[in-house]
Design a protein around this ligand. Sequence first.
Ligand SMILES: C[S@@+](CC[C@H](N)C(=O)[O-])C[C@H]1O[C@@H](n2cnc3c(N)ncnc32)[C@H](O)[C@@H]1O
Length: 293
Amino acid sequence: MSGALADKSQLRRVTISPLRYPGGKGSLYSRLKSFVRANDLTQGTYVEPYAGGAGAALALLVTGQVQRIVINDLDPAVYAFWSAVVAEPARFTERITKAELTVKEWSRQKELYLDPSADPFELGFATFYLNRTNRSGVLNGGPIGGMDQTGNYKIDARFNKETLTERIRVIGLHARRISVTNTDGIKVIKKHARRPSTFIYADPPYFDKAGSLYLNSFGDDDHAKLAECLNGYADTKWVLTYDNVSQVKDLYSDRRSSLFSLNYSAHRVVKTKEIMVFSDGLVVPPELDEAQG
Ligand SMILES: C[S@@+](CC[C@H](N)C(=O)[O-])C[C@H]1O[C@@H](n2cnc3c(N)ncnc32)[C@H](O)[C@@H]1O
């Protein structure tokens, strides 16, 4: 285990993802860009097996750092969102423009979100609607401002129609270079790891807190299986991030790793240290592997 990542590389931020994601890694864009460059992967494919808000993936794609991205998430609602946006961006932006930002509409979208037989596009839009109108973007939470809308911020506080439609429009321009899938992250790693010019960034649910933040949480077994899988592909090019707990150091004791800071705001803004683990086959640029001072 070595060093802490330089904070200065976190400064530049490109926000394209329309989703608010607790623990989102859009702020790792600059660092991931450095990995892509140092490993000569600019003509390649960037894969996120646990994509969530896919902030880093989209930033890398639209700024031309990589040619293709794969966005995978096991959560059917998150998958429905990405599928709808990538397949029908114009229809999606129209829905945003016409969206009513009221508690009545929130309740309707919540029902759709919970309806197992909902049309996939409608499920995708309901997921987006709740993500933008719920406290902290947590899908099973309540609306900003409360059901009685007496809070300081109201239900429309994070729903800037112009900004959001612009982000979807930009994603639509790059849609042919985006693959969206809905399978287990390990399957995605196995499928892509040995392909040429492929870079995998795995950001699985955390050891701590995962249960309350995401629809599908990981058990200890899942963490161990993921480690077995990634360690089996140590000679390929991947990066993994986790909360900084001892289990991660144990599971990846043979790999290089580094600590980094992240502004994390599921419930409040705090700076936490997270851990980044590197495959042996990855060139780690010197500025991202600085010794802890
Ligand atoms: C830590 S979040 C990823 C956040 C993402 N990096 C971002 O910037 O928004 C983990 C994601 O993994 C998804 N997930 C949970 N179990 C999974 C599995 N077995 N396979 C694939 N995705 C899974 C969750 O739905 C969640 O969106």
